[in-house]
Design a protein around this ligand. Sequence first.
Ligand code: GCO
Length: 439
Amino acid sequence: VDSLQFPPGFRWGVATSAFQIEGATRAGGRGPSIWDTFTATPGRVAGGAHADVATDHFHRYAEDVRLMADLGVDEYRFSFAWPRIQPTGKGIPNGDGLAFYDRLLDELHAAGIEPVGTLYHWDLPQPLEDAGGWLARDTAARFAEYAAILAERFADRVARWIPLNEPMVTTVYGYAIGEYAPGKALLLGALPTAHFQHLAHGLAVRALRAAGARCVGTANHHSPVWPATEADRPAADRLDALVNRLYADPVLLGSYPDEFTEHLPAGFADDLPTIAEPLDFYGVNYYEPQVAASPGAGNPLPFELRPVEGHPMTGNGSPIVPDGLRELLVSLRERYGAALPPVYITENGCGFADEVAPDGGVHDHARIDFLATHLRALREALDAGADVRGYYVWSLLDNFEWSKGYAPRFGLVHVDYATLRRTPKDSYHWFRDVLRAQA
Ligand code: GCO
């Protein structure tokens, strides 16, 4: 761990999201979200898993904050559940929902951990989906109202704000291919959802600041995109536009990349000044690179995905490519220059089928390798001039991994879903040593 020294003041954290850990989906007046609907639809989620209980964090948050305090993190990135705050997605806030986050924030403050609040990690109130979801411009206005409610209540107690987590995933997985809620398969017809999420982001940045939020950023999913062969470069550029530039350019540059603009809603350019509100930080979620090839005949998309070869794999089949993080950070700096605010790695982690061993421990050495090699790549990016101020492991706890159910375990802490018992894994103890070794 001694080789993993970061600059003084570098911020260390762990990340989670509401739907993946909270459970208690019917408690305290919470309304249904698109993920409650999706998990209740046969065939959508592996093993028919739902998140009605998940890790029961809603009731066990104090134990979870203790785990973070013992780990020694500076910050905790969590998300507010919109359907707890506004059960139908509009109108006066639900006091019981606000009260849960009061309790969580109080606990974090008592433990000396700075809260980083995401407003939206994919749990759209179902009534808003019924009214068009992210294909409807009005959803952005609803989101601004929700952001104002949160900021008025919590601005003084949340250190950093992230309006939307990974709009790319909502657009691509939620509306283009239908692997995630709301399960629509519109292919490029999904692209208006990117624009309306960007508009929601910009309106929320303004609403948050108007109500006193001090530090506002975003969290985008990024993947380096590599061509399968030299001839596949144009296809790789199109995939790069679709997974990276369509989400970073509007927010950072106030423009869209040239690819795909014919699929955006009419008049989109008028919204760009709102979308490009200056940010205090830029969150990068990194898991893996992508390889693209030219599309075969009859493919409705202008590229095809190819497997990333020659690298070890996580337990859920993702290639482990630590240098992709360095490559990504260097290329973000090259592309955006002075338009890129200080970066935080708002998610990085890996899923394996971790088990409690007969000796009572969880010996997840593959996760230690994953984190150590990614931290070294991050260190190299810093040495190459990338301005990265913090790093959050995804995730504190094993949790509900969306359409894959509970099989891939991403936590530093193992959760036994039958008893809800938490067991810190070897990676938890290793990460604690990394944090203790910082100057
Ligand atoms: C993400 C997702 C997480 C996933 C993680 C692992 O923001 O991509 O936020 O919810 O659990 O990425 O796949």
